[in-house]
Structure formats: structure tokens, C-alpha cells
Design a binder for this molecule. Sequence first.
Ligand SMILES: [Mn+2]
Length: 379
Amino acid sequence: MNTASHFMARLEKLKKIVEEKSLCGVLVESGSSVFYFTGYSGAGHLLVTKDKYYLFVPVLEYLNARDRLLKSGLDKYVEEVVYTPYGLPDKLVVEESGIRLEKKDVPLLVGELVGECTQELGVVAQTYSFYVKLQEKKIRIKDVSRDVMELRAVKEPWEIERITMAARITEEALTSALTYLDAGVSESELAGLVYFEMLRRGADGYAFPPIVAFNENSVYPHATPSTSRVLWGHSVVLFDIGAKYEGYSSDMTRTTFFGSPSQEFKKVAEAVLEAMEAALDMAGPGVKTSDLDSAARRVLEKYGYAKYFIHSLGHGLGIDVHEPPRLSQSDETVLKPGMIITIEPGVYIPGKFGVRIEDTVLITERGATRITRYERVLW
Ligand SMILES: [Mn+2]
């Protein structure tokens, strides 16, 4: 697993984009796409030209990048170039390592490497300022982020294994946190417990800060846990949590009840679960993401809750916790085997409570299978 051939196959696909679109090359700015192609996750830029691969990293990352390239088996194929535009002294240890050191910033280095080329440079940028800096160097650029995200959308078996592992850790963290559900515990304490359990079970960290929300705080789909919101009496308790494992995310939401659930809560929770089942039943290769969103919305409509479903049904998931496609009315993506998405209908009644149930789901050859398999009826 994780050998040079995995990464080289991906880099070849990037080179194919260069050829097919007649580009000078493709430049990928820091972040999850650099990790996808190289296994390196620090600050840095990957440049693929017609005949070479470069990884530009700031000087503080020179060892990290070298070690990651070795681990990925890419050290023979990708040239690491360390840059230091910050006026650091000449005598730095990096010069003893045989790694190329340049006292220039990335746009300048890229300008030198592709400067003679009259075609466009494909770019996957995270920031607008990076586009601007390249344009200042008179480099003509073309956004190719869609092409790269299309590659990333279909997962390879070893990626599915990692996401599954992240899901198992998430489930174990929830089991543990649920044992602390008792009068006096705060949302923040539970969120911290979830994170602690993820780390001690082998996660790199969380895919996003754990959301734990009680009662009226659960009406915010992106609620922030608070130390001052403490469990007492009969309460709705929502957990939206996801561990990260070897660079890959998971995402799961469960809504439970502390004490005896109200009739209204049960009615809403059962409708949300039915909406989820409707979407899950329909999910599979050849199905449009917008149709899944409609299927869930129709169920909630039946119960008069559709107006409280204020977000799209779900999203793609992989290295990033949110990746294309978006499972919404305006998305035209047709699902393919190997895609991993979330299905997460929710009903948020202002001033009262919210209920969301979410699973991470793999699209298979025949249909779809849940990666997060935690019990859903917890009330
Ligand atoms: Mn989600």
C-alpha cells in the first residue's frame, strides 16, 4: 500500500491533463490536492511540467517533505526545491542536505520554469492572492481544479480502507462519549472527550471540530459547543463528529435524547430517519445526486417538515471532509462506483430543537453501502 506506483499513477493522470488541454504544466497550491498526488501535507506547491515533477516547500518543511517523498517512493521522480523568500542567512543546514535551495518565492520560480512556454499554466489554487501573484509574473493561467477534483472523487481501495478506519474510530469515540451523558456534563466536555477518544484510538486528529449540541443549540447545523450549556432534565443531544485517519476523513451525525424523549422529538427523528432511508435506498451508480436530495425532501414534505430542512442532503468526502459533489437540487453529478458521499437529512425547528442523522456512504457496483454503521435509533 502507498507505494510509488499509487502516486505515480495519479501524477501520470495530472500529466495527461497537461497534454489534453495543451498546457505548459499544472501547478497545485498547498493542501489536500498536494497530499493526494504526493503524500506530503505541509505547505508547498506541486508543479508538473511536460517532462518533470517539482515540489516547492518553504525551508521549515525541508525535512518533512524529503521524508514524505521517501515514504511515498517519489524521491526519485519528484524534485524537492526548498525556497526561502524571507531573507534567512546563507548558511542553513538545508544546503548540507543536497536539496536545491532557492531564495525566491514560488511565483518567481514557476515563472522561470515555464516562462518560455506560450501556452496556459493549469492551476489548482486555494487562494485568490496566489492567482494574482502568478498573473503579476505574466503567467497565463487556467483553473483546472474541477479536473483534479473529478480524479479525487472516485476513491481507490486503499483510500476506502482509510476512510473506513476513520469511521470505526469515530464510532468508538461516540460509544465512549455516550457513557458520559449525565446531568451536569457540558457540550464542550463531551466534544473534548470525543476528540480525546479519537486521538487515543489512532486518529491523526479530527476531520472537523466535534459538534455537540443540546436542545435549542441543535437548531444550528454548525453549532458551536459551549461550556455553559449543561445537560439537565430531558434534552436533545446531537453529535456531529468525524475522525481523520492517515489523511482521510469520516463524518457521522447522531441525535439522541437524554431522559425520556418527547412525542414531538420522536416524530421528527423518525421522519428524518425515513428520509435518510429513502435516499440510501435510491443511492447507486448512475443516479443523479439531485435525485437523492429530492427523495429525502419528499419524505419530509409528507410530514410537513420539508421547510425545516435548510441544507443540501450531503457532500463528497475524502481527504477533505467536504469535497465535490454536493448532493443538492442544483448538482448534476451522476454517481459512480467508488465515490464516497454523506447522506444527512436534518430538521431544524427554530426555538425548539434540531435532528440530523448522517452516514458516510460508499457507492458500489450495485448500490450503496454505509461506511459508518453506528446504530441510528438512539432515542
Ligand atoms: Mn457532513
